[in-house]
Write a protein that binds this ligand. Sequence first.
Ligand SMILES: Cc1cc2nc3c(=O)[nH]c(=O)nc-3n(C[C@H](O)[C@H](O)[C@H](O)COP(=O)(O)OP(=O)(O)OC[C@H]3O[C@@H](n4cnc5c(N)ncnc54)[C@H](O)[C@@H]3O)c2cc1C
Length: 473
Amino acid sequence: MIVGGGPVGLFLAAELALAGVTPLVVERLTEPDPRKGEDDRGITARTMRTLAARGLADATTALAEAAVRRLARLADPSLVDTPKDLPALLESLGMADVKGDFAMLPLVDRNGTMTDLSPPLMVLQGEFEEILACRVAELGVPVRRGVEVTAVAPGDDRVTVTLADGSEIETAWLVGCDGGRSTVRRCVGFDFPGTDPSMVARIAVADIDLAHGFQRLPTGMLAVAPPPAPSMTIEFDPDPTRDGELTAAEFEASLRRVSGTGVTVREIAAPTRITDNARQTSTYRRGRVLLAGDAAHVHSPIGGQGLNLGLQDAANLGWKLGLVAGGRAPESLLDTYTRERHPVGAEVLRNSRAETALLRTDPQIEALRALLAELPTQRHLVELMNGLHIRYEPGEHPLTGTFVDDPHALELLRAGRGLLLGGHLHETAAAWADRITTAGGEDGVLVRPDGYIAWAGTDPDGLRAALIRWFGP
Ligand SMILES: Cc1cc2nc3c(=O)[nH]c(=O)nc-3n(C[C@H](O)[C@H](O)[C@H](O)COP(=O)(O)OP(=O)(O)OC[C@H]3O[C@@H](n4cnc5c(N)ncnc54)[C@H](O)[C@@H]3O)c2cc1C
């Protein structure tokens, strides 16, 4: 059973269904949150490859093209009717060399050292979730909307879940994908250590009588845009009230403090308040209960990492839990979930904290930003922000633990099974035919369903050991 039908819960549901174990998804909201439809999210290069491995990359790219076209239309209305692909559209916006940003510092390829890298693709979260919801429906996974989980009681071989109407559901395994304020996390007693907010960003669509554009001021940051684009302030003396919706009066007061003017705000739309509250559970599993996505980690949304991190959690967990819940692999396989994903989450929290530090507007940080912008290449940061550096446990072969990049291999992963390349090794893998697709190739490479290489080499004994370890005996 999966609690939470947000992007992570939906993606995990599809992964489990592909692995032959159909979960029940329960989601508190009766309808998708309409506000998500208006929120841009960056999908990173590594996530795009994960989506390619499930045949979802083209639909996601189409959303990104539509988003860039909207941006192009705002910048230059004459571009509207020119059908162009994404690279051409980015070129027309003068963004061809921009590979992303770090703490709002553009990461620009000034000397051609990053031509192989691309920036995250911006999509509307609501539309992206719709792609996932369609996939879940195609796979026949039941999603019960308007169902809220209020209590979770784990036992030795079952977990009892209480719903808001008082009814109970028993499940063998439970995954909390119920967001940053996770009920599952709280009920099951996962810790959630981390750092308190040091900044607050207030974002809303409003007609503001201030110069449009972006300013870094000693009092904070100010981004003013004409509706329907949102405007934003960032202040580093956080308001302790983090609950309740941002009001026009609060937004006005913040705009006045940052801009030093007497600006007035009468009406706001799509109000959001975000902070750099950064926390992560020390384990992602307690017995039969697991966490994925924001339920396991929260951090500042600036930097655009959370959705990607959560989708990668789901990609890592889905096939493992499928094998374990289906009785084909031992429970110990699930221990690799925390072992592999916790360090990745911790690193995102570290990067996110570094970004918050770099957002500050004092003279020392301005100097640091200038230095960073002068570095001959920002390749490391681009790779970091796209999750391209992620490598799980290395092995004897240099490919072990890396992500398979070959587009043909990604296509062969679509059914969510493992993949063995290397004709001479097929006989060794014959006993795993229900879990592994085999294909030709000179080099022996065993790819996990999530696209990471479990083993590479020529020795059948090494392959057999890897098959047992990752796919069960
Ligand atoms: C302003 C902003 C900008 C962002 N930009 C980016 C970006 O560019 N790139 C990026 O990668 N990330 C970004 N993020 C982060 C991203 O939106 C989140 O990390 C992502 O939505 C997490 O997905 P999730 O499925 O884990 O949680 P959620 O999206 O929060 O979904 C959790 C679901 O669980 C349901 N639920 C909660 N409690 C219960 C319960 N008790 N019973 C039943 N259902 C329950 C909720 O209704 C919800 O639908 C941004 C976030 C914000 C706020």
